[in-house]
Design a protein around this ligand. Structure first.
Ligand SMILES: O=C(O)CCC(=O)C(=O)O
Ligand SMILES: [Fe+2]
Length: 349
């Protein structure tokens, strides 16, 4: 996780002048929790302008608890994703119908037409919390369900506090957004563990995980080694335009997903991102990351949220999209898989 213990295990991220680094803001959870209006406005502006921000979790009781949980989850990630292909294949996922379970490296196409290079294990929140009958996961996960529950509970508190700030700026009753992803309601919310092997010496810029936007409401991500990049809005999808996100100690990365862009009629930005091989000396190391991907509860639809004075109502005669978030997500995933839709940065107007 993003604490000094883990950062000390790798060479440092290269300095800013040698590679392009995204200029995203760092927000402070402690200030947001203390009700700072200034920090709250910075949060809203970051959600509109970038859709990506660092959140410093230190000096907040809940933030520090999540940092500790994250460290434990990194150990679990390691134990799980190094079980070996034969064992992991027994838990294979079945996209786009079922995204839970193991996705081995090499089964997805990336933007350059090559194969992806990232092993992923996706663990459902409902499975971990017992909202649905449990699914069988590899032994390290099964023997650490309690730890996974803690991680989810703590991550959710922090996500909810961000969503409560967004309610205020969107002129929505307090609790509107968090109510659409309440912990106890069934949803496709998941914890995703990702591992890409060290970079072969002769291949200096491999796309490990192709350009995409996150389909849900919001994502909280921990990484230590670099490699995550974003494509700034309006920039052409060519290599030089992709900017690295520099991982920072004590911070989680927060990004807005497509669902929030839909709900707000495009006010908030869902930004295209990808993972390439880590920069500089970090390329010699395997890269691990942990994402908490918050999706809306199953009964929610993708229609624009009504009420308040900030989200513009749909124009006269415009047709409401009344599909459920899950139906919409499956449709989008299929369109992307069939090459009918190219994911792009959306919203932030
Ligand atoms: O590994 C990362 O840094 C990003 C992962 C990601 O974008 C995702 O899981 O959706
Ligand atoms: Fe993502």
């Amino acid at each position: 996780m993003s604490t000094s213990k883990y950062f000390a295990q790798y060479p440092s991220f290269p300095s800013g002048s040698s590679i392009p680094i995204a200029d995203i803001p760092t927000l402070y959870l402690a200030k947001l929790q203390a009700g700072s209006d200034e920090e709250s406005l910075r949060l809203y502006e970051a959600c509109r302008q970038h859709g990506f921000m660092l959140l410093d979790l230190r000096n907040s009781v809940q933030g520090e608890a999540l940092l500790e949980d994250g460290e434990r989850m990194f150990a679990l990630l390691e134990a799980t994703l190094t079980l070996g292909q034969d064992t992991l294949n027994r838990y294979a996922c079945d996209p786009p119908r079922d995204l839970m379970g193991y996705k081995r490296a090499g089964v997805l196409k990336t933007d350059d037409g090559k194969n992806d290079a990232i092993d992923v294990y996706t663990l459902g929140q409902d499975d971990i919390l017992g909202t649905v009958p449990p699914r069988e996961n590899p032994e390290p996960i099964e023997s650490h369900r309690g730890q996974c529950q803690k991680f989810i509970a703590h991550a959710h508190v922090i996500v909810a506090s961000i969503l409560n700030h967004l309610d205020k700026h969107l002129d929505l009753p307090q609790g509107t957004l968090a109510g659409l992803c309440a912990l106890e309601k069934p949803s496709a919310t998941a914890m995703r563990m990702l591992l890409s092997p060290a970079q072969p010496a002769d291949d200096d810029r491999r796309i490990n995980f192709g350009g995409h936007t996150d389909i849900g409401i919001i994502t909280l991500l921990f990484n230590i080694v670099g490699g995550l990049q974003i494509l700034p809005a309006g920039a052409n999808n060519i290599d030089v335009n992709w900017h690295y996100i520099q991982p920072e100690e004590g911070c989680a990365l927060i990004n807005i997903g497509d669902t929030l862009t839909e709900w707000t009629g495009g006010l908030l930005r869902s930004c295209l991102h990808r993972v390439i091989s880590p920069p500089g000396d970090q390329a010699q190391f395997a890269r691990r990351s942990l994402a908490y991907l918050v999706r809306a509860e199953k009964n929610a639809t993708v229609q624009r949220i009504k009420g308040g004075h900030v989200i513009t109502p749909l124009g006269e005669g415009a047709e409401e999209d009344t599909r459920t978030v899950d139906a919409w997500a499956t449709w989008r995933a299929r369109q992307i898989m069939n090459g009918e839709l190219k994911p792009q940065t959306r919203g932030g107007e």
